[in-house]
Ligand binder design. Sequence first.
Ligand code: NAD
Length: 476
Amino acid sequence: MTKFEYAPAPESRAIVDIKPSYGLFIDGDFVDGHGKSFKTISPSTEEVLAEIAEADDADVDLAVKAARRAYTRVWSKMSGAERGKYLFRIARIIQERAREFAVLESIDNGKPIKETRDVDVPIVAAHFFYYAGWADKLSYAGYGPDPQPLGVAGQVIPWNFPLLMLAWKIAPALACGNTVVLKPAETTPLTALLFAEVCQQADLPPGVVNIVTGAGETGRAIVSHPGVDKVAFTGSTDVGRAIAKAVAGSNKRVTLELGGKAANIVFDDAPVDQAVEGIVNGIFFNQGHVCCAGSRLLVQESVAEEVLAKLKRRMKTLRVGDPLDKNTDVGAINSAEQLAKIRELSEIGEAEGAERWSPKCDLPQNGFWFPPTIFTGVSQAHRIAREEIFGPVLSVLTFRTPKEAVEKANNTPFGLSAGIWTDKGSRILWMASQLRAGVVWSNTFNKFDPASPFGGYKESGYGREGGRHGLEAYLR
Ligand code: NAD
């Protein structure tokens, strides 16, 4: 297969206006924080993009109080139809400003523009449209005739899908009549701050949405604030555990969306070319920074050689580089810390005896990069088969029978997602009933729809986001 050489096709940065510094968005206005500040950089160039306020306990307190006032005086009193109007307005503004959001997200996160433009931002808008539609129909959602909001939601999100995770958190919370204090991840605050501008543009009543930036300490302050009624967290299993401990014994409701180590299972009757596309999408989409990434390929022994040959051929065509180039398939790793973690686990994979392979690729000089990588000869005991690498690294294992595939797939502390590739409908249904995973895709992977619930079992967390099920987390 030839890798066609294309001329560079960079998307223009001119559409975004990155300010030199940003304050916190509290009670409808941008305000200076009391704390220190930190820098957000572009992971593809290491260029400093902006100085960001780090919210301390006093700032978080102001944000929670603003959210409480807005909840009591305005938002919980408003009819669902009125709340829906605001959400529809936000959804439309996001669509209008889609290119701006896509470019900004690519710059701050490092993910390719074709993903932010065609996946992240459209799903964000769809999520707001979807929950806008629920706002006046909550009595028909199956949670009783008159379900009530919880109050103030404290929401903490990760850096892999910054705007999308914000949408998953804010849209259902607001639709149900709650107000929010949200903290984006410290390496990707810019699209959340642009979203704050959208709230102003939509005339959202002050205090309904508050965005406070900062790192773990700011997150801890939100989660442990006594004025917060509900905690919604997406991030690592370790931090999820700490949060569960911190809120234990309080009246706070909690949902946790944590890590994963999904099995992508390819049977000998699978359409191989499609399966290869699904494997590539499963692990190299978003540089593998995906909680539900298909990071363990389980391939039936009789077709393993063919699948691997085709997979390697396909991997040689992946373009790694400038996130703003429209031809880029794999962008930059989000941070130096994450790159170090991916490198470390990959070295452990080699040391434990697995065989490492990457296509030849010229990586840029500056920034954080890791080539698409596969490990073969992986056993279930290997750390690369057990731990979440959260990068473009695939561990390949084989199986002989469907029963063995199920056993291997379920042999993980996580349970977020899985993929099945086979021609047989009956096998898809049987496998899906056996797999301990919140989402099971068949003959596809990484498909998201706002109407479909998403969430995990075991160490992947609890609660569901998306769909009618996603309302439950925000209703009494
Ligand atoms: P992380 O847990 O380090 O950080 C997530 C967020 O929590 C960040 O905003 C961080 O500042 C904050 N935080 C850190 N310590 C905290 C504390 N003690 N109290 C409160 N907040 C704290 O995770 P990450 O590295 O940013 O994200 C990657 C992880 O997220 C992966 O494990 C991935 O699987 C998971 N993830 C899960 C889903 C899902 O829906 N299940 C989606 C995306 C990412």
